[in-house]
Design a protein around this ligand. Sequence first.
Ligand SMILES: Cc1cc2nc3c(=O)[nH]c(=O)nc-3n(C[C@H](O)[C@H](O)[C@H](O)COP(=O)(O)OP(=O)(O)OC[C@H]3O[C@@H](n4cnc5c(N)ncnc54)[C@H](O)[C@@H]3O)c2cc1C
Length: 459
Amino acid sequence: MTDFSQPFDLIVVGAGAAGLATANRAVDLGARVLLLEKGEAAGGSAALSAGILWTAPNLEVLRRIQPDGDPVLGPLVVAGYEQAVEDVRAAGVTVSEEWHDHLEWGRACKIDILDLFTKWTRKVVTKGGALLTGVSEVKLVIEDGRVAGASFVHDGESKTAFAGGTVLATGGFQGDPELKQQFIGNGADDIAVRSNPHSVGDGFRLGTAAGGAASRHLSGFYGHTLPSPLPVSPEVFLRLTLYFSTYGVLVNRLGRRFTDESLGDEVSNQFVVREPGRRGILIWDDEVQQKRALAVPYPSGMALDRHAEATKLGARTAETDTLEELVDVVAGWGVDRSALASTLENYQRAATGEPAILDAPLPKRPSPLKTGPFRAIEVQPCITIPFGGLRVNGDSQVLDRDNHPVAGLFAAGADAGGAQDLRYVGGLVFGFVFGRRAADAALAPTLEERGGAQLVSAL
Ligand SMILES: Cc1cc2nc3c(=O)[nH]c(=O)nc-3n(C[C@H](O)[C@H](O)[C@H](O)COP(=O)(O)OP(=O)(O)OC[C@H]3O[C@@H](n4cnc5c(N)ncnc54)[C@H](O)[C@@H]3O)c2cc1C
């Protein structure tokens, strides 16, 4: 039975990557932590993830990939990566060998994320804290101008808990049509959600109601293209993700390209939202099929014929011997036939160095489009996490419009925005790095008050 009569050292709202990393660090500092989770179990989107802990290997790569990312937050992630991996190892959890070409430029390792979360959760509870699942109606308690705790409903009862710091880690606003439309625009309210179902902007709303400001990059988001028209559910999140779109040719319903595909599926995915009907058509030849589409997308990833799988599930797909036949089939999906034919012709010309007019830059490794069979698939955009959220500093403190910290309030993971601009440099790592930093910063005053010694658990 959880004792609410004594204040906790820290309250964490949301028990996914960021929330559990925050709680783990806080427990290491001797804190008594209250973890509030809306779902029936801890884990969030992180528990559905591929478990790849990765980011840019150094500042030079970070700046190349994210020239407009937050100048403080991004570098802290690069600097904090090794500690994040060390935290996983310290829990006694399996960490794979590192590889250095994740998405061609990232450093990465695979971790056993479910085992990690089991261990971190158990640790919180055995050290006198609590994890309450199925929590609803979370509100922040403001006293004397600072966030002093949270009220919520659990097991049908209203409760209030107090703590020196409260960390928002509810995983973003991807599940909320209104915030998606407001910030991403272009009819993004109905784009499919490729994440846990509970991240509906609660952290953002709680934080802004307490005086927090919004971050930059509110229109950017991480996700992937998936075959269309198919319902998007956890069974297809990893199975049907079209990682290899990077190596194909992507057109809209006007038959025109709209992005440099080599920027990555995560970038194409964002641009598809701005195209007619919010749909794209990915086209590739058999060389790309054999070398890229059938290959594992990353070590430990799933090797699968995603075109065949999508066809089986009823998505709009085509496979023909010639490119001309492919254009005919794709035109039947409502795509402008003559524009598509001319787009592919000009692309082929440009790929062989001939002069040609292109709607979007030629990728650095153009798709050959030479060897049949040729394949096409209609794609839909999906959102996993937004890049925008609450404005924070490097200590995960939520900032107001004048960039002053909102006393007692912190945000980490996808609730904290601004670090990523258009391209993607990791998801889990942001939760792990800034969760740890949130715990350090939130508990610093209490540690100081108690003479720098570790906190003594209230039990
Ligand atoms: C299919 C898939 C594959 C992925 N693969 C990778 C990968 O390999 N590597 C990588 O780096 N990233 C990956 N990601 C992204 C990564 O999972 C997220 O970036 C990360 O989980 C975000 O961490 P978070 O703590 O902000 O959110 P989450 O991990 O989603 O945790 C948020 C938690 O808050 C809870 N919550 C929401 N509202 C409330 C509320 N009001 N009160 C209490 N609790 C609440 C949610 O239920 C959830 O448990 C993947 C995601 C998906 C879906």
